[in-house]
Design a protein. Sequence first.
Length: 417
Amino acid sequence: MSPSMRGRLRFAAASAVAMLGALGVAGTAAADPAPPFRDLLAQAQTKAPRLSEASANVGQAEGLARQAAARPNPTVGLVRENIGAASTSPIGPVQTTLSVDQALELGGKRSARISAGRAGVEAAQARFNLSRADFAFALADAYAQAEAGERQVALAQEALQLSEDVLGAAKALVDAGKEAELRSLQAQAAVTSARAALDAARAERTRAFSQLTALAGAASPFTSLAESLLAPSAPLVVRRNVDVTATPAVLAAEAEREAASRRVRVERTRAVPDVTVSAGVRKGGYDTAYVAGVSIPFPVFDRNRGNISAAQSELLAAEARLNAARLDAEAELRTALFQVDAAETRVKAATEGEATAAEAFRLTRIAYEGGKSPLLELVNARRALADARTQTIEAQLARLRAEAGLARLQGRPLGDL
């Protein structure tokens, strides 16, 4: 091999080592970065469509609770009798009656409605807290996937650059008669495969950033990140003492059960008939008289039994959902704690594997530059290093998801003290 050819290959091998860092800096120089995760989560509280819907549901429940406290409106009536009759008619002169009717709710209807309205507000707020916990998990996962997409693109760019350098070296060896034409064709196929992998990585990065932008409700699309969640500067806080009954899912189910119980009481009070009292003034000719009356429905056909039965069935369903939520929370908590430990072990193993692969690549490069190993061994060592880096990214992403999932069960944002 000629000195110029060997110098070209040495330069290609050395440039491949620094390619990942250089491409990472160049790829984000003109980008529109997403804020740090905690800042983005705070901004999304008022912009994210998911949270806006949950907040609107709370406002709806509050409006229904205010309406539940309203009393029945009075009814004002004006009646004219004997219109068109002569003054000497035996049916009497024209009479005008002005009356006011007021329904009086009996059986504690209003207090039952007010209680049910308050319970509905508490249930809506509990559902909102659950939505916030789910949203924090989804946002952390989207943020981490966007970071993983960036790093995968950098790895794919580095692999493409190395494949192109190998192709150039292979063509030089073929031209010099030191390698068969098949070697050049294999190198060209490797370049084509590397370009396809780069296109796929870019598409995945675009999808991840689009999902993050949509989830956060941002006005302009994000193209880079302001911080790293996969490799944080400080270790994330993991709380292991979790009260299952205090998880957002269980609290929401308890609030739903309580609201259903209050609605049963409302339907039972509706079976009690209301009394309507009336008072008025009647004027006929030169005489004026006062009138008063009381009316009450006679519950023969409708005793609200169907609605009471339906409300009781709704309560039974809410109690079943509460029991299921408790069991699910216990299972998810045990699984989340196991996943956090397993993910941490996986990250350590992947980090050690990456360090080993990096050292192997360094030694192989030194041996190649000294003429003690062929180019194929250098390429294989570099491919092993890229695979090790990919495994590290996947392990860090799995750890982030496990920690975010545990935080979701606890009803707190990722990394919250």
